[in-house]
Ligand binder design. Structure first.
Ligand SMILES: [Zn+2]
Length: 452
């Protein structure tokens, strides 16, 4: 009986996990910056929907705190929380090295070398090289390596040019490009400018983004890559509406000579120049819509404490609020807030031979994307914060059943087998016992008696 059950279960496993072969080993990772998860429900995006129906969708991705661009793009490609990969903000200061980092001064490998991104690992371990049509860090020599093909970051390069370049790289056979990234600045730029609730302007930009997805699909189909390549489309963060009525003005609470503001709203990094405790106390009383943490008090769930680039005091504005020193507000949308907020979450969609078709799940973490990509590319991952069970149901080569489902299958199989055995026993009992063959023999004397 046990042997039969094992055979039955292994049969089910084999059916669920169809082989993906070599086709599963190429991957294109796409980010549309600032694509909030619920834009998918709010706007009509036919190309993205077509992509999703043919693949998988994770409706909300919990990203890393702080929910800003550079830190989250590096989390996606390393599987590490920000305290572990070292890109802890869009603006940073390292007190030991006395170095500054900003989006205009981001090319010093010093900032990136605390982690090894997947494009480096892919070239060290993989069956091919990496390429990047932009992605934070891809034009920097991290661990002494850049992707074999890359573009220097330049926002004026159109999406179409980035795609054309990517397709040329992916069609190269010597060397074979097994991993590529593609980055686009929208809908983030429009989200900041108009605010995510300006449906008229957001509809326009999201239709553009959707057309970009259509263009990418068309180019991949025309070049014969569509059936063999895996494509992940995701984003770094969402967007919240902000307004001039929701300002936290630091100048009202503390003199500027008391501190240096390293990173700005909505998570501000404060380096005290005077007594840290005095600065902290002044800020703590400043505004009820802002949480103030000493570095050692930052909640565990943020995974945002153990790095010297995290400043001694961190200010976290409530959703929709903006921390300023005294400036007026120049935008209607922002991100960076608490990563538990739904408005900060992006989505993830994926399609290709490595993924199931038509499968949807509600959540995963963006630290899970890295080990998922390593699995697809058959790379041994670097140490990371991801969890395999969070994404295994997306993968075509994994058998995805919960424990209750497995118990149900085992009980069902047991009932079937018991019934089957009982039927055999009953049928067996109904067959008459066998008797030795005997011929009826008439005696000569009997005939005689009857006649008589
Ligand atoms: Zn961003």
């Amino acid at each position: 009986m046990n042997l039969f059950l094992m055979l039955l279960l292994s049969g089910i496993v084999a059916c669920g996990a169809h082989s993906t072969g070599d086709l599963a080993s190429r991957l294109l990772l796409v980010s549309f910056d600032g694509f909030r998860a619920d834009y998918l429900d709010t706007y009509k995006l036919p190309y993205l929907q077509e992509f999703i129906e043919d693949g998988v969708l994770v409706k909300q991705v919990t990203n890393a705190f702080i929910t800003k661009t550079f830190p989250n793009h590096y989390t996606i490609v390393t599987g590490l929380y920000e305290e572990s990969h070292g890109i802890v903000a869009n603006d940073m200061y390292d007190a030991d090295a006395k170095k500054k980092f900003s989006q205009f001064n981001d090319s010093d490998p010093f900032w990136w070398n605390e982690a090894v991104p997947i494009w480096v690992t892919n070239q060290q371990q993989g069956n091919g090289v990496s390429a990047a049509a932009m992605w934070p860090g891809t034009d920097v020599k991290i661990n002494d390596t850049t992707p074999r093909f890359f573009m220097k970051y330049n926002f004026s390069v159109t999406f179409e040019e980035r795609v054309e370049k990517t397709v040329v790289w992916l069609n190269s056979s010597n060397p074979v490009v097994s991993f590529a990234t593609l980055y686009w600045e929208e809908p983030d730029a429009s989200g900041h400018k108009y605010g995510p609730d300006d449906t008229e302007n957001m509809r326009k930009v999201l239709e553009e983004v959707d057309n970009h997805v259509g263009f990418l699909m068309k180019k991949l189909k025309a070049s014969g890559l569509w059936d063999s390549i895996n494509v992940i489309i995701t984003s770094d963060h969402g967007m919240a509406s902000c307004s001039a009525q929701k300002l936290i003005v630091l100048d009202d609470c503390i003199g500027r000579n008391n501190y240096t503001l390293i990173d700005k709203s909505p998570v501000a990094a404060v380096l005290p120049r005077q007594n840290k405790r005095d600065v902290y106390n002044l800020l703590k009383k400043c505004n009820s819509h802002m949480k103030v943490y000493l570095k050692e008090e930052i909640p565990d769930r943020f995974h945002y404490r153990h790095n010297k680039r995290i400043q001694p005091i961190i200010l976290v504005a409530d959703e929709g609020w903006t921390i300023v020193q005294n400036e007026s507000l120049s935008k209607l949308g922002d991100h960076g807030y608490d990563n538990a907020l739904q408005s900060m979450h992006p989505f993830l969609a994926a399609r290709g031979p490595a993924f199931h078709r038509g499968y949807k799940q509600n959540t995963m973490n963006n630290v899970d994307i890295y080990p998922m990509m390593c699995h697809i590319l058959r790379l041994t991952p670097q140490p990371h914060n991801g969890t395999f069970s969070n994404f295994k149901c997306l993968l075509a080569d994994q058998w995805c059943k919960s424990l209750p489902e497995v118990i149900g299958i085992v009980i069902g199989a047991f009932i079937v087998l018991t019934t089957f055995t009982c039927i055999i026993i009953i049928l067996k009992n109904k067959v008459p016992p066998s008797r030795p063959f005997s011929r009826l023999q008439l005696q000569y004397d009997d005939d005689h008696l009857l006649i008589g």
